[in-house]
Design a protein around this ligand. Structure first.
Ligand code: PTJ
Length: 249
């Protein structure tokens, strides 16, 4: 039991959620490694939503609101860390969920679907009857009515190859990845360099705020967004944070 007074309570509890996810069979063993990498980058950005992250989260919300067929992809880490938050965003942004795994097994897909349903998820694509072109079989499997035909996709903690393959299908890809240097971060249309536990609620807040805008105004937000510039701001924010450490006596 981690005491609430522990200075790293939140981070340790997040780690516990991933460990629980592995024990329940919804998160992969590799998910533990991904979490560790994420924690290291979160430390570097100061464990807060930076200005550049908020800017990308706003652009993500505008893209989701403009989409004809948005889908939110859920993997084993997402299901363990933010089941309720991702369902809330799914409802607010009218974006169904689809379980899409890198280390795919049918057993884990089904466990994640049941897990999401136990939190109240109603709108989930569950078939795996189409393949993303250019990827080998298992991690290419998607629902022909879901990710396969989606125009805007939110892909938290995505693999670089798959991100690239989805872009080559002509989709707008919104990634959530704490590592601004990852291939996924570099490829995506909108990269949110933030912890998923903060990013998903932030996108929901922006959706609630922006839903009153008309399409022209939303398009202005999308057109005004530049991912390369936002990523380089994210790297600058990390540098600044590191410099503040070296200034310490
Ligand atoms: O459940 P599966 O089989 O689909 O597998 C999911 C993982 C995440 C294990 C799989 O996609 C994977 O191996 O991912 P990677 O290649 O380790 O990439 C994960 C990326 O997500 C890394 O760049 C991490 O820094 C980042 N990351 C990890 N935890 C978080 C995160 N980004 C945002 N929030 C986090 N909590």
């Amino acid at each position: 039991m981690i005491p609430k007074s522990h200075p790293r309570y939140e981070s340790l509890m997040t780690r516990e959620l991933i460990v629980e996810g592995v024990k329940k069979g919804i998160t992969s063993i590799q998910g533990l490694i991904a979490q560790g990498r994420g924690e290291a980058f979160d430390y570097l950005i100061g464990e807060k939503s930076t200005e550049s992250a908020l800017h990308a989260e706003k652009a993500a919300a505008a893209n989701l609101l403009l989409a004809r067929k948005p889908v939110i992809s859920v993997n084993g880490n997402v299901a363990a860390l933010v089941p309720e938050e991702v369902i809330r965003l799914s409802v607010l942004a009218c974006s169904p969920l689809e379980v899409n795994l890198f280390h795919r097994t049918e057993e884990r897909v089904n466990k994640i679907i049941v897990h999401l349903q136990s939190y109240g998820a109603r709108n989930i694509f569950t078939k795996s009857d189409a393949l993303i072109p250019g990827l080998e079989h298992e991690r290419a499997k998607v629902d022909s009515n879901g990710i396969f035909i989606a125009d805007v996709l939110l892909v938290p903690l995505e693999d670089g190859d798959r991100c690239k393959a989805l872009l080559e299908m002509g989709k707008t890809v919104i990634a959530i990845d704490l590592n601004p240097l990852s291939r996924t971060a570099q490829y995506a249309t909108v990269t949110i360099v933030d912890n998923i536990i903060r990013a998903v609620p932030n996108i929901s807040k922006f959706v609630e705020k922006l839903k009153y805008l008309d399409r022209e105004e939303l398009q202005d937000i999308v057109r005004g967004y530049n991912n390369k510039r936002t990523l380089s701001r994210a790297v600058d924010e990390i540098k600044k944070n590191l410099e503040s450490f070296s200034d310490m006596p």
